[in-house]
Design a protein around this ligand. Sequence first.
Ligand SMILES: Nc1ncnc2c1ncn2[C@@H]1O[C@H](COP(=O)(O)OP(=O)(O)OP(=O)(O)O)[C@@H](O)[C@H]1O
Ligand SMILES: [Mg+2]
Length: 279
Amino acid sequence: MSILRSLASRDRVFDFLVPAESPVDVRHGPILYLEDVTVSFDGFKAINDLNLTIDDGELRCIIGPNGAGKTTMMDIITGKTRPDSGQVWFGSRHDLLSMNEPDIASLGIGRKFQKPTVFEVLTVFENLELAMAADKRILPTLTARMNGEIRDHIDEVLEIIGLKALHARPAGILSHGQKQWLEIGMLLMQRPRLLLVDEPVAGMTEQEMERTAELLTGLAGKQSVVVVEHDMGFVRSIARKVTVLHQGSVLAEGSMDQVSSDPRVIEVYLGAEVEEETL
Ligand SMILES: Nc1ncnc2c1ncn2[C@@H]1O[C@H](COP(=O)(O)OP(=O)(O)OP(=O)(O)O)[C@@H](O)[C@H]1O
Ligand SMILES: [Mg+2]
């Protein structure tokens, strides 16, 4: 009965075929806007009066020491954690603090966690197909035309993530880096407007890191991408604007050269990183 009902609502069933006309209004400002956001865990302010704006199509790197609040910030944007105070807006129309996690995701905010969660027994292609089916607006068995559209979209994503040649192989045989790309591909299947990527290159080989840099910089422009990463070589290779978080607030913001020569940033973060690297 519920299937009949959704079939009856033709505009809903077919709306993914329409070129993504986003409900996100960025005509007068940024795609993501955080103002004075604070969250405490047992009295400890993990995020403390955080102000951050991300422009439409921007690639932003977020760096900062362990415990700075980077992951918590993503938890707040995606609705996993509710802040105690502040404002979080997606474009000028969507107050994310009034929305739940699934609704925020369906607005077009995709999040990649550090650990890849691909289905190992399924092929690369099937993983992408499944990611599309996860979009509740689409029923799995519809017309041939729809299947064609889905196939084209999967092909396009396979191209972007560089896994075309491996599309028929089970995801379990992929290298760690390839699994990460597949997971980014699974997010892309949902045509996100904003991608949040937490530590994408941890555990990757140099070559995989280079490929990931190309992938993420290639996505920017078409969607906004926020990358949290500790690997400074990697950040340098993709960075446009960099935000340094420290104790739950923005410590510095600017080009990689600007922030990496900032004495406060060196003191709380880069100094320690350099020591680690030279050990
Ligand atoms: N659900 C939670 N309950 C209690 N404390 C939390 C919770 N989530 C985060 N914290 C604390 O908030 C602070 C910020 O953590 P967060 O994971 O956001 O840091 P991070 O910048 O992502 O660090 P890392 O670089 O190590 O990943 C830490 O002190 C952490 O222990
Ligand atoms: Mg983290």
